[in-house]
Structure formats: structure tokens, C-alpha cells
Design a binder for this molecule. Structure first.
Ligand code: CA
Length: 433
């Protein structure tokens, strides 16, 4: 509730003029509530799954901890495995290893993460990778680009590979983020950086953890960012993942890192206060949406708007895994709230928007979120004005790490498991007797 609203029992002390003003204010408040209505931030964690699936799932191949897939214009796809490799895969499931991919720090949630096709692929044949680079102490998220040569005698391989952005210092903790969304005009890229299970850096403007960065396609701070041109502290502290939000407040500094050049984090930052941003995508109406894991309870679907602070670890609808409470979002109206949240959680794998009217025309414009914890596929309806609500929750019996749309409008999913399936999702055939 709005904490500034007067308590009802105090209304009796007011004069008639104040009462009239209050009535108007209440009417305005009611109108506001009614106008957002079902679209206001609500807990959708208790939603029950559908009793049947309207689609068929066919396992085409299996991988070791597959993480993301991306379609090339020729209809083949690239599939990453968290343990390191990147594969070129036909829709029939034939796999060819892509050469010259970088070494990764594979440990827990760390490893090879995302693969994304350049918005200029027809002219630059480039792909973007996100992964965790190995270091002397833990690892660090990296964003890199390479030209994909699929015609050479040595088989498919990356050329002119270059790291465009890297998280420094390297350190411990999972929850890297690693999702990219290209701006609809293809000029910029948005990169999610998770909190690395360190909590407090998500609120430190000098550290990239818990942020969405807006960068040029070459990984530089993008003109137009809220703090474009500003630099941050030359030296920043590194902490290990503390046990909870309270312990994080007095976490021991294990080392300090001094940047060799300017600290560009302020200039790169688009929004802050995120926890585990594993899903992010532009909707067909041009809104940027992000989905993240909360702690125990409190997974979030957020509308991402320039300069906003999404609250982690100051507030959450969930609590720490050890039961230590976290203040609720209502206590901090200055922080942006999610459009939807899940308590209990679904553990979202990613977010994608379905575009077009081929194969599943009824889903044109809808969002899809894979639920790993619930082994579900979740359809989300967006109103194009910052509102979202859930449609079906389908029990698919697999931990869905990724769901993407194929060239013909069918869906493809990756299962978070080892072995984990590559699953083709097609309309259920209607059989007549
Ligand atoms: Ca939040």
C-alpha cells in the first residue's frame, strides 16, 4: 500500500474541506489501482500447470549442460555447452564442433554461456559469445566476438576472435548473467552482469555486478547512457560471496583492484540493482524486459527503463536461502518493482518473444520463459505499455534453460542437464479416428 496515504481512523479529525480533498485523493488512488488492475505486479508463483500440452516435443540431440542456442540464417543453429564447447547443429541433430573458441572457467554456474548472432551477420558473419574467463582467483564474465567461418577446410571455426568487454577483477561466485539483447535498430547491445553472489556490488556504481550495461557493438560505453562520459573509482574492492544479505554488509575485502585505465562502469551502466539476470529481450513493441532468479522466493520479470534501480539486494519479495529476511519492495517506493514475481520460484532459464504467425500464430507477440526449478514452459502476455500477465504454465518435465524460435516458427528448447536434450517443439497433430 501507499505508505503516505492517511490512516482511515484519522479522517474523523479533519474538517469538511480536508475530507472532500481526501475523497478526491482516494478516488484518484482507486482509479490508479483499477487502471493497472490485473497488470500490476503480482505473485504468479502459485500458478498451477495445465493438464495437457498443445504441442509435441521431440528430442533431436543431447549435449553436456547446454546453455543457449542461436539460429544462423541458413537454418542451422549454434549451441553452447557450459563445460566449454560451441557446436554447429543441423535441425536433424548433426553436430560439428566449432574451432577456436576460448577456454572457459567451468565451475558451478560458471562456464561457456551465451551465443548470439550479430545484427550485421549478413555483412560481418560475426557471432558474440559470453562466458566466464579463468583467472588466478575465480573467473570473470567476458563478452567476445568472432567471425564464424563455416566453409574452411578445417571445419567451422572462429576467426579474428576478440574480447570486447571483461569483468575485472576476476573472483568467486556464480550468477554471472551473460545475456545479450541487441537494440531494435541494431546499433547497440545490452549485456546483463549478475551479482556474482556478492550482493552489495549490485548497488555500487563503480562495479559492473548487478547491472545491465549498454554498449556499442564493439563493447564501448554507448553514447546516450545516463552517465556517459563519467568514470568511476580507480580502485575497487573484491569480496567473496557472503552467506546472506546481512553478512554482505560487513563482508571482508579479500583484495583490491586498480584499473590500468579509467573505470568505465558508470559510463557503461544502463540500470542497476539486479541479481541473476539470465533472461533479457526486446519485445516486438520495443520494450526491454529482463527475468531473474530471486533468492528463496522472488523471481522477477522487470521492465527495464533507463537509469532505474531494481532494488537488489536492498529489497526482494523473497528471503535469503538461510531464512534471513530481506526488506520487502513496498518499504522502498524509490526502487523499481517487477511487473510479475514468482514465490515460490520457477528459476527462469531465459526470456524470448515469439514473432510472426507461422506455426503458432496464436502466440504472436507473446513472451516465453523456461522454468528450470518447475520444469515448465511459461507463456506471458504483454500489453505493450509495461504490463505483463501469465497465460499457461506447461509442465514439460525438463529443466528448460533456453527456448528460442526457429526460422519456421517452431520452438527449440535446451534442457539444463547432463546429458541435456535439444528439443523441437511443434504443434500437436490432430489425429482423426
Ligand atoms: Ca528487484
Amino acid at each position: 500500500m501507499n505508505r503516505s496515504a492517511p490512516e482511515p481512523h484519522k479522517a474523523g479529525c479533519l474538517g469538511s474541506k480536508e475530507k472532500k480533498t481526501m475523497k478526491l485523493a482516494s478516488a484518484a488512488l482507486l482509479f490508479t489501482l483499477a487502471s493497472v488492475g490485473a497488470w500490476a505486479q503480482v505473485n504468479v508463483g502459485e500458478q498451477k500447470p495445465e493438464t495437457s500440452l498443445p504441442f509435441t516435443m521431440t528430442t533431436v540431440s543431447t549435449f553436456e549442460l547446454p546453455w543457449r542456442l542461436a539460429f544462423l540464417p541458413d537454418g542451422r543453429m549454434l549451441v553452447t555447452e557450459k563445460i566449454g564447447p560451441v557446436w554447429l547443429v543441423s535441425q536433424q541433430g548433426e553436430k560439428t564442433l566449432v574451432g577456436n573458441t576460448p577456454p572457459v572457467y567451468w565451475q558451478g554456474q560458471n562456464g561457456m554461456l551465451g551465443v548470439f548472432i550479430s545484427p550485421r551477420y549478413s555483412t560481418d558473419q560475426s557471432i558474440y559469445l559470453t562466458y566466464v574467463e579463468p583467472g588466478d582467483y575465480g573467473g570473470g564474465l567476458a563478452l567476445a566476438r568472432g567471425k564464424l567461418n563455416v566453409t574452411g577446410p578445417q571445419g567451422p571455426r572462429l576467426q579474428d576472435f576478440e574480447v570486447l568487454w571483461r569483468q575485472m577483477p576476476k573472483g568467486k561466485g556464480g550468477q554471472e548473467g551473460g545475456q545479450i539483447a541487441f537494440s531494435p535498430d541494431g546499433q547497440y547491445l545490452f549485456l546483463t552482469v549478475g551479482d556474482r553472489q556478492r550482493f552489495t556490488p549490485a548497488q555500487d556504481p563503480d562495479q559492473p555486478e548487478g547491472k545491465i550495461l549498454r554498449l556499442t557493438l564493439d563493447g564501448k560505453p554507448a553514447p546516450g547512457n545516463p552517465n556517459f562520459g563519467k568514470t568511476g573509482a580507480a580502485t575497487i574492492p573484491l569480496i567473496d560471496p557472503p552467506r546472506d544479505t546481512e553478512a554482505a554488509k560487513s563482508a571482508k575485502v579479500v583484495s583490491t583492484y586498480t584499473f590500468p585505465g579509467p573505470n568505465l562502469t558508470p559510463a557503461e551502466t544502463w540500470v542497476s540493482g539486479l541479481r541473476t539476470p539470465y533472461g533479457m529481450a526486446f519485445s516486438p513493441t520495443g520494450e526491454l524486459w529482463e527475468v531473474e532468479h530471486g533468492p528463496r522466493g522472488g523471481d522477477e520479470l522487470n521492465l527495464i527503463e533507463e537509469g532505474k534501480n531494481y532494488g537488489w539486494p536492498l529489497v526482494s519479495y523473497g528471503q535469503n536461502y538461510n531464512g534471513v529476511p530481506i526488506p520487502k519492495p513496498d518499504t522502498r517506493p524509490d526502487l523499481a518493482k517487477p511487473a510479475l514475481y514468482w514465490d515460490p520460484v520457477i528459476a527462469p532459464g531465459n526470456l524470448m518473444f515469439y514473432r510472426g504467425t507461422r506455426t503458432f500464430p496464436q502466440w504472436n507477440g507473446n513472451g516465453f520463459i523456461g522454468g528450470m526449478g518447475t520444469k515448465t514452459l511459461n507463456r506471458i502476455i504483454f500489453d505493450g505499455h509495461g504490463g505483463a500477465k501469465t497465460a499457461e504454465r506447461w509442465d514439460v518435465g525438463r529443466r528448460i534453460r533456453d527456448v528460442e524460435q526457429g526460422p519456421d516458427g517452431s520452438l527449440w528448447m535446451l534442457e539444463d542437464a547432463n546429458p541435456g536434450a535439444l528439443i523441437h517443439v511443434t504443434p500437436k497433430e490432430i489425429t482423426s479416428r
